[in-house]
Design a protein. Structure first.
Length: 57
């Protein structure tokens, strides 16, 4: 990985795919959380930001 500062490495753009908007999550974070492709997550708006959590039944 390059020598970019932590804040720059984790800066992301919102992109459009069809009628959806997407934000990518850095692979380092996904690996640390133990998440995998196609895993279900819950996205919640909180205090002017968002929270993404593992989906539990």
């Amino acid at each position: 990985m390059s020598d970019k500062k932590w804040s720059q490495r984790n800066m992301r753009k919102i992109t459009k795919s069809g009628s959806s908007l997407n934000v990518s999550i850095p692979v380092e974070i996904i690996k640390k959380l133990g998440w995998r492709e196609k895993q279900k997550v819950v996205v919640k708006k909180i205090h002017g930001g968002v929270q993404i959590k593992d989906w539990k039944k």
